[in-house]
Design a protein around this ligand. Structure first.
Ligand code: UDP
Length: 483
């Protein structure tokens, strides 16, 4: 461990069981362990089985990280057995019960902490795990919160909430200017309704959990959002440490491919295909772990990809594939696209793909992990937000960083049951043309993306801003050991 004179802090990480939260927190745990800290990572049987290659890899490398399995009381909370992560839920109606089930880990966590050796010096809890506040307080353990979204989103949401700006408009589709940002950014309440807007009680608990925390960790980097980070510190008056992009912890294709689920394609297969493509020529289309695209919209995307004339990797989820889509694909599309496409059904090794030199563009739902992974690889984006923090992330990518082209969607897609087409093929095709071509404007966009990618790598390398913040985090935990 660097300059810590042999002393070792013990971090206990309590993630939210959702891929978009779990994946960066696993990276964070591995990173802390690789720098010599002892780490206990809380998980459950289904989640542990999903990340078995990570657990085995950490053990083979002798990293001081243990994955602590607690049984998730699904039945007690009304969650179908085995659905231990948000992406595994059969319907959105089970979201609240799953939050409830996770909060029931309070007692086993407390017991673990009471007996942990060495004693836990610092807890890092996902912001959604508000119930950890009480556990940490009772046991007198310092607690930091981990934020999955961008600082731009956190600051915007905070300012919107504190200013009550939505009360100045009658309609949820009427734009307001987000107060207190260095840029003029307009948003609607429908696009950015705020944390847990439908569950007021949960919203208050999450805000209290942040208020009570000794500090805040964000998966971002100083050079990407410096103005927003400074304003967020000013507003929260807390220790705020940008420690990302955490995905850059994974250096080789093998470790990149172990993030999340088991990929439905071998990494050497995808690498062979990408190796055969021209640099920066391929478009990746993938919408994270939660979005479910309905058949008519999938067909619309397929038609746009065909019309674009560009090579592409298209990730279609198991849950999205259905007889209609399979029939449409087999009636000519697959055959016509064979030479220039790879359709991955299931989980794709996203970072393996994004970090390959053949990839020149990414059609994304603007989940923060996906956005930051594209930024880390210097890949510009077509932004297609669906809900949550994604519309604000789109503003950051398109208006502030100017490394993206919006597909033009204005209204969130909350009800994937609906068979409506939200974006027509012509709009998708035109966004592809301007992202992958786009003349001088396109070249400048690509150049900005490339520069940000370089800055991201520097931030994570020894001596970089996120590396130094990790050191501060470790030192903070060491201070707690002395108290
Ligand atoms: N991901 C992946 N393969 C897939 C789908 C998603 O590796 O086929 C990863 C992606 O790289 C990212 C995470 O899952 O790390 C998704 O997080 P994000 O915040 O982008 O979106 P969410 O799933 O939370 O909507």
């Amino acid at each position: 461990m660097d300059n810590l004179n042999g002393a070792k802090p013990h971090f206990v990480i309590v993630p939210l069981m959702a891929q978009g939260h779990m994946i960066p927190m696993v990276d964070m745990g591995l990173l802390l362990a690789s720098r010599g800290a002892t780490v206990s990572f809380v998980t459950t049987p289904v989640n542990a089985a999903r990340i078995k290659p990570v657990i085995d890899g950490a053990s083979d490398a002798g990293l001081p990280i243990r994955f602590v399995e607690f049984k998730l009381p699904c039945e007690e909370a009304g969650v179908p057995e085995g659905c231990e992560s948000f992406d595994l839920l059969p319907s959105v109606d089970f979201r609240k019960p799953l939050f409830e089930a996770i909060s029931l880990l309070r007692e086993p966590l407390k017991l673990y902490l009471e007996e942990a050796k060495p004693r836990a010096s610092c807890m890092i809890a996902d912001i959604c795990n508000w119930w950890t506040t009480e556990v940490a307080r009772e046991l007198n353990i310092a607690r930091l919160v981990f934020h999955g979204p961008s600082c731009f989103f956190l600051l915007s949401s905070r300012n919107i909430h504190q200013s009550n700006v939505y009360e100045t408009v009658a309609d949820e589709h009427e734009s307001v200017v987000v107060p207190g940002l260095p840029q003029r950014i307009e948003i609607t309440r429908a696009q950015a309704p705020g944390w847990f807007f439908e569950w007021k009680e949960m919203q208050e608990r999450v805000m209290e959990a942040e208020e009570a925390a000794a500090g805040v960790l964000i998966n971002t980097f100083q050079e990407l959002e410096s103005e927003h980070i400074a304003l967020y510190i000013e507003s929260t008056k807390k220790m705020v440490l940008p420690i990302g992009p955490l995905s850059l912890y994974n250096k080789d294709a093998k470790s990149k491919a172990t993030r999340g689920n088991k990929p439905s394609i071998e990494e050497h297969q995808i690498l062979r295909w990408l190796d055969s493509m021209e640099p920066r020529s391929v478009l990746l289309v993938s919408f994270g772990s939660m979005v479910r695209t309905r058949p008519p919209q999938l067909i619309e995307i397929g038609c746009a990809l065909e019309a674009s004339g560009r090579p592409f990797v298209w990730v279609v989820k198991e849950a999205e594939k259905c007889a209609d889509v399979e029939k449409w694909m087999s009636e000519g599309f697959e055959e016509r696209m064979r030479a220039r496409s790879l359709v991955i059904t299931g989980w794709a090794p996203q970072v393996v793909i994004l970090s390959h030199r053949a990839v020149g563009g990414f059609v994304t739902h603007c989940g923060w992990n996906s956005t930051l992974e594209a930024i880390s690889s210097g890949v510009p984006m077509i932004t297609w937000p669906h809900s949550g923090d994604q519309f604000l992330n789109e503003k950051l990518v398109v208006q502030v960083l100017r490394i993206g082209v919006s597909v033009g969607i204005k209204v969130p897609v909350f009800h994937p049951e609906e068979d409506k087409v939200a974006v027509e093929r012509d709009a998708i095709e035109s966004a592809i043309a301007s992202l992958m071509g786009g003349g001088e404007e396109g070249d400048e966009r690509r150049m900005r993306a490339r520069e940000l990618g370089e800055k991201a790598c520097k931030a994570m390398a020894e001596g970089g801003s996120s590396y130094k913040n990790m050191t501060l985090l470790i030192q903070f935990a060491l201070e707690q050991c002395k108290q």
